[in-house]
Write a protein of this length. Structure first.
Length: 376
């Protein structure tokens, strides 16, 4: 997959609210709905307001503020058929999907959407989703080994006429998948995204993924992860694109934006946040180096369950645009955004924030002001 250059515009994605509870685990009002009619309207609006991608979340059972949820691949296909340019990324779990079955579904979705289907391979943090379905729960680094095989299998199935894989988790013998995905110049197969904070996740991304998605990070955190992912990719003779999660609160004044953040945290669903924190820390604690997901997340970080507040996209349109461009100059290729009130705030982003981002991108580096410190 060709890497973006510094001259390419930053790409934007949004979290699809296809699970109930919105994007923060808080009792604050969220004018966001997990149903299809709302999400169809949102996808069309996002496409018209500068978004390139949407990421459909995946939960399989009621949990931690997400009592109800739509399955990600079918929901993604529905959004693809409702839009014209938006690429939709379906989150999937190895261990609950066989790569051959997903490859077939993905090919159909890709053909129907003329090359706009993508996947986010989730190694898994929620033990109960596996054990309640009678599936084995692997230790942390084993989950990433399985994910790497899963991605290698997807690549082979999507590109080879006689796919072969002799792995520890998957075995594919002379499998011919036809038709192949939609032909897009420069794209050999649907794009493959992957997240994770641990060393196992970073090195795996360098070896096999097209995109690495980071939880919310400040500038120092992004520099560290970029260094590790790029080193792994260089060792494999590859380049990997970098995406960063962030929860965006743009208001006409900084005081308004910070008050929204304060209210979100003050009204946190304490029981759900603590339950989620216990589950995710258990999942990441077994990482060989202790750097698994959410290991250093505070209670406030976990209110936005992918550490989105840490990225600091909170303030006026001007403040946020400056910070966004600073992340781009570090090497971030895509920002994956969440919002409190999606319809209103996606439109506000497209009207007030994105034009400033594009203006700053076009300026020489020295002409772009340094961003203010992130709100605390």
């Amino acid at each position: 997959m060709p890497s973006l250059s510094a001259a390419d515009p930053l790409r934007f994605a949004y979290w699809v609210p296809n699970v109930s509870g919105g994007l923060v685990t808080s009792t604050i009002e969220q004018r966001t709905d997990w149903g299809y009619d709302y999400n169809r309207e949102l996808a069309v609006l996002a496409e018209a307001n500068g978004f390139d991608y949407a990421l459909s979340q995946v939960r399989y059972m009621a949990s931690y503020g997400a009592e109800y949820q739509h399955e990600s691949t079918s929901f993604s296909l529905a959004l693809l058929l409702a839009t014209e340019r938006l690429k939709v990324i379906a989150a999937v779990h190895p261990g609950l999907w066989h790569p051959g079955v997903l490859a077939k579904l993905g090919t159909t979705a890709d053909l129907l959407s003329k090359g706009r289907f993508a996947v986010n391979v989730v190694s898994g943090w929620f033990k109960d989703e596996f054990t309640s379905l009678g599936e084995p729960w692997l230790e942390h680094d084993e989950r990433y080994r399985r994910s790497e095989e899963f991605i290698r299998a997807l690549r082979a199935l999507w590109t080879d006429d006689h796919a072969e894989l002799a792995g520890d988790f998957y075995r594919i013998r002379d499998f011919s998948l036809k038709p192949k995905p939609f032909g897009v110049p420069g794209r050999p197969h649907p794009e493959i995204f992957q997240g994770g904070n641990s060393t196992a996740a970073r090195t795996m991304a360098g070896r096999v993924s097209d995109w690495y998605l980071s939880n919310g990070k400040d500038f120092d955190g992004v520099r560290e992860q970029l260094r590790d992912v790029r080193a792994s990719a260089a060792a494999a003779g590859r380049r990997v694109r970098f995406g960063l999660n962030g929860f965006l609160i743009a208001r006409d004044t900084e005081a308004e934006a910070r008050e929204v953040l304060r209210e979100i945290v003050a009204k946190a669903d304490t029981e759900a946040v603590h339950g989620f924190g216990t589950a995710v820390r258990q999942a990441g604690r077994s990482a060989a180096d202790g750097k698994g997901m959410w290991q250093d997340s505070s209670f406030e970080d976990l209110v936005q369950y992918n550490d989105g507040f840490r990225t600091g996209l909170i303030g006026t349109p001007e403040q946020i645009a400056e910070r966004i461009v600073a992340y781009k100059r570090l090497g971030v290729d895509l920002l994956l955004l969440g919002f409190l009130h999606y319809l209103e705030e996606v439109e506000y982003f497209g009207r007030r924030v994105l034009p400033l981002v594009r203006e700053l991108e076009a300026r020489p580096r020295a002409a772009v002001p340094a961003p203010a410190a992130a709100p605390v």
